[in-house]
Design a binder for this molecule. Structure first.
Ligand SMILES: [Zn+2]
Length: 281
């Protein structure tokens, strides 16, 4: 499942290719699962819109459009789910199976949403106006807190009363949005904290270390284009490289890159969890 760095890589790749382009036409498949908003409503709201920017919010990809005084301000929101992909291609490229949405662009290219397992979603977000003026509110925010922007103090307060394991708390998307299994394991390793420790029992110093480790791991992964495990690829169909930097994730039984001890695996919150019994306390 794509996590924050992969979603950011896809969003940046799509933005670089289609910002400034205009949506001429839309096509949606007949499969109901990917449609958070009925296809007819999406087509009506989006046709003719100029794409101003494509960016990541949490694990969602948000399409911002140039203001249009005659129409309601909207955003188009895509969630990749487990296997969703957004690709920008020439229209002559055959549409692969499991294509669920196509934006036909003024430039002649197409943005396609392809998702074999259909856990991904496409939908509209209506931007509310502030009560007294014609000021637009910031639009789609998604659940939870953005891990790359959260302060040390806010990070501590998210976790210091949680009576669950720190691994489960890191995976809780209503707390931090976008940190999944790979980056939770890698951040805990870099912070030297065992995944089974209860979040509420971590010291301030440990939480501060974890805060730094989460941000560092996510930034490094974004720089390397995400982790390609299973079938993740970015908007150009390229694979990421962060998997080459994994210290613990999916390295069960292999030597710890720091101390040489075999990496162990256990299951927390239903997820395979990888750690070094020597480097993490
Ligand atoms: Zn170790």
């Amino acid at each position: 499942m794509p996590e924050l760095p992969e979603v950011e890589t896809v969003a940046n790749g799509v933005n670089a290719r289609i910002a400034g382009d205009r949506i001429e036409d839309l096509w949606f498949s007949s499969k109901p699962e990917p449609m958070k908003t009925p296809p007819a409503a999406m087509a009506k709201a989006l046709t003719g819109r100029s794409i101003e920017r494509v960016r990541r919010v949490g694990k969602h990809i948000v399409f911002d459009f140039a203001p249009d005084p005659k129409r309601e301000p909207v955003q188009w929101i895509v969630h990749l789910g487990m296997t969703g992909r957004l690709v920008v291609v020439d229209p002559g490229v055959p549409r692969p199976p499991h294509t669920h949405g196509v934006l036909v662009l003024h430039s002649g290219r197409e943005l396609r949403f392809v998702d074999a397992r259909r856990f991904g979603r496409m939908g509209l977000h209506l931007i509310e106006k502030a009560k007294d003026e014609a000021v637009e509110l910031p639009g789609f925010r998604g659940p939870g807190t953005e891990p790359l922007r959260i302060s040390k103090v806010d990070f501590r307060s998210l976790f210091h009363k949680r009576r669950t394991s720190i691994k489960a708390a890191l995976l809780n998307q209503s707390l931090l949005h976008g940190v999944g299994n790979i980056y939770a394991d890698e951040a805990l390793f870099r912070a030297g904290i065992r995944p089974r420790r209860m979040a509420a029992r971590l010291s301030t110093r440990e939480l501060d270390r974890l805060h730094g480790a989460v941000q560092k791991v996510l930034r490094e992964a974004i720089r390397l284009g995400g982790s390609s495990v299973s079938d993740y690829v970015d908007a150009a169909g390229e694979r990421g490289f962060f998997q080459l930097r994994h210290f613990v994730y999916m390295r069960t039984g292999q030597a710890c890159l720091v101390c040489g001890t075999p990496i162990r695996r256990l299951v927390i919150a239903g997820r395979g969890t990888h750690y070094c019994p020597i480097c993490q306390h």
